[in-house]
Design a protein around this ligand. Structure first.
Ligand SMILES: [Mn+2]
Length: 375
């Protein structure tokens, strides 16, 4: 396993790369969507939060796709800092809202996604994380209920009171001039059909480009949020997603915290099952207490999940991919995001060292270990 750090768009700077190296990372996962754009209730020194029904921010420019040059420059800057760029996480709602909505711009937006996948391949970036969701990451509340009164996120019950307004998708505003009104509810089967069409349309380009598509589960994993269905809200539903479009490029952005919030199944069995299949492109690590619709995010060393057991399963299944911290509660200091990430990364480094010293994998010299070295 390799240890990385996820950086939001405004964090794609040398200072943050140096911080990642100092904290022991070899890899970076980069977000190009600016979740915080023009947001009122979404501070930049935390994960994107919004509030229970307030969106994160305003989506990007529909006419500005990621360019090969921009991606290549980003990769070079990260490598210049001594790190590898493992993945780009998430597609801008401005570029694919009508794929999610099955709207009139869908054909053009399928071309958008194909173009961006080709450009990722040209830039040598091997993974695109995505989250096929209408409501997106929403319905959560921030409370000072973490250890030591840390501010943390969770659910205080279902989020069905306020449907999604027109012009909003994936918890971001893509059309500020949309007519008043709300999105009509659709069925679970309709959403699965949209996902299948999407995968069938773009996976051939992903295969040609050498780019894996990696699906995040629905966070929070409720059957519905804001009166819209969700796809992967139980661990077994990841298997349905894999069966939907068999391809080496149909893979998972497995989120341990989200799986732990699910009401069925077992997070250890799920990590074992999907890592044995070789289907985890990269992994989010986060601990929680409780399950939907009542849970809260915790520090990595507390909570319901035995993180050493999760990492031992991955190690035992020879998982070679990148693991990044997901979210952390806010630590009380002048740099809450940095402190939370450094705390999580220290735990991950110690666990990795303990696993590798007590259970070294066989034939280490025969395996590709280049990810552990600087480029
Ligand atoms: Mn996650």
């Amino acid at each position: 396993m390799k240890i990385g750090l996820g950086l939001y768009r405004h964090m794609l700077t040398r200072d943050y790369y140096d911080f990642a190296r100092q904290a022991g990372c070899t890899h970076v996962v980069a977000h190009l969507v600016d979740y915080f754009n023009q947001a009122t209730s979404n501070p930049r020194n935390n994960q994107p939060t919004g509030s229970k029904y307030d969106p994160w921010g305003v989506a990007g420019d529909p006419n500005q796709l990621w360019t090969t040059r921009g991606l290549t420059t980003l990769r070079a800057q990260i490598e210049d800092a001594g790190l590898f760029l493992a993945a780009i996480e998430n597609i801008d709602p401005a570029h694919w809202h009508d794929i999610l909505l099955d709207g009139p711009q869908r054909p053009q937006q399928i071309e958008n996604v194909k173009t961006m996948i080709r450009r990722l391949g040209e830039a040598g970036i091997p993974v695109l994380g995505y989250n096929f969701s209408l409501a997106g990451v929403c319905g959560r509340v921030t409370t000072p209920d973490g250890r030591g009164h840390a501010l943390t996120l969770g659910m205080d019950g279902p989020a069905e009171d306020v449907p999604i307004p027109n012009g909003t998708i994936w918890n971001m505003v893509y059309d500020r001039n949309a007519p008043a009104g709300t999105l009509p509810s659709i069925s679970h089967e309709e959403l699965w059909r949209r996902l299948q069409r999407f995968l069938e349309d773009v996976l051939p380009v992903a295969e040609q480009s050498g780019v894996q598509l990696a699906a995040h589960p629905d966070d929070p994993p409720m059957p519905t949020m804001r009166r819209q269905p969700r796809l992967v809200y139980q661990p077994s539903m990841y298997q349905r997603l894999l069966h939907l479009a068999p391809s080496r490029c149909n893979a998972l952005e497995l989120c341990v915290g989200t799986l732990a919030e699910m009401t069925e199944g077992n997070v250890y069995e799920a990590v074992d099952r999907y890592s044995k299949q070789g289907k985890i492109a990269y992994l989010h690590l986060r601990n929680v207490v409780g399950k939907v619709p009542h849970y809260r995010e915790t520090f990595i060393d507390e909570g319901d999940v035995d993180m050493l057991r999760i990492l031992a399963i991955l190690h035992g299944n020879h998982f070679e991919g990148v693991i990044i911290p997901d979210h952390s509660p806010q630590m009380t200091c002048s740099a809450p995001w940095h402190a939370g990430m450094a705390h999580t990364l220290g735990f991950m480094l110690a666990a990795k060292a303990a696993l590798e010293s007590s259970h070294p994998l066989p034939a280490e010299s025969d395996r590709d270990t280049s990810g552990g070295k600087s480029p």
